[in-house]
Design a protein. Structure first.
Length: 240
């Protein structure tokens, strides 16, 4: 899933603006998440798990400098083996986002966590994408998914969406000077229209309902053999 124009955009003023917000939010979340295995899917150019303390952290993808080169629709991990998955701008630039989410649900352990970043269609950035003179390169060539739609998909897969946050309220300017000029919109957006940020971070937890502890059969049999039974008066007299 090589995305044309992604590399150049990441080094642009617009790309640095978006990634600065996303990296800060991801860092604040993953710093307190623990486990044994963590996977980053998408954006191999950025170390999104740098602030996480899980011992085995890997980057998976179907192109670029990744640790695991694979088809995102068929992730090469055992079921219930991953504690944390971070997906950055994957779903809106892939033609089969549902299958990717199904695979993520399969590999996550119960109570495993999923972080998703994406461009918000209900924002100035989403409006820019729908204008006739919109450029054709990244990030305008994706199919933006709203947080509400993602929540529906995740709930069908058994996830509980814990929270979502929005950022990047400035218009999608291409020059640093204009992005700085609109910086006042960050505070105003967080206060008055926090659902309309250009990008979002969604956090979800895989829930497995109806789980209960099943004891080994040998423990149950041992308990039965050690149990005391009542002895009737007649049986005592016969024994005497």
């Amino acid at each position: 899933m090589s995305i044309p124009g992604l590399g150049a955009w990441l080094h642009s003023a617009q790309g640095r603006y978006v990634m600065a917000w996303e990296q800060a939010r991801i860092d604040s979340v993953v710093a307190d998440l623990f486990g044994y295995n963590a996977i980053q899917i998408g954006l191999p150019e950025r170390e999104l798990l740098a602030h996480n303390r899980i011992p085995l952290r890997q980057v998976a993808g179907d192109s670029g400098q990744v640790d695991i080169l694979c088809d995102l629709r068929h992730l090469p991990f055992a079921a219930h083996s991953i504690d944390l998955v971070v997906m950055a701008h994957v779903l809106e630039f892939h033609d089969d986002p549902h299958q990717i989410l199904r695979e993520v649900e399969r590999i996550l352990i119960p109570e495993g966590e999923l972080l998703i970043t994406g461009f918000n269609p209900i924002s100035i950035w989403g409006l820019r994408q729908r204008l006739p003179n919109c450029p054709h390169g990244f990030p305008w060539n994706g199919h933006y998914l709203s947080v509400l739609r993602l929540k529906d998909w995740l709930q069908l897969l058994g996830f509980e969406v814990e929270r979502s946050s929005f950022g990047c309220y400035s218009p999608p300017c291409t020059h640093e000077r204009w992005l700085q000029h609109w910086q006042f919109m960050e505070a105003a957006g967080n206060r008055w229209w926090n659902f309309a940020g250009g990008v979002y971070l969604l956090r979800a937890i895989k829930r497995v309902h109806g789980m209960r502890l099943i004891l080994p059969s040998w423990k149950q049999q041992g308990s039965a053999r050690k149990a005391l039974s009542a002895v009737s008066k007649k049986e005592r007299e016969q024994h005497e």
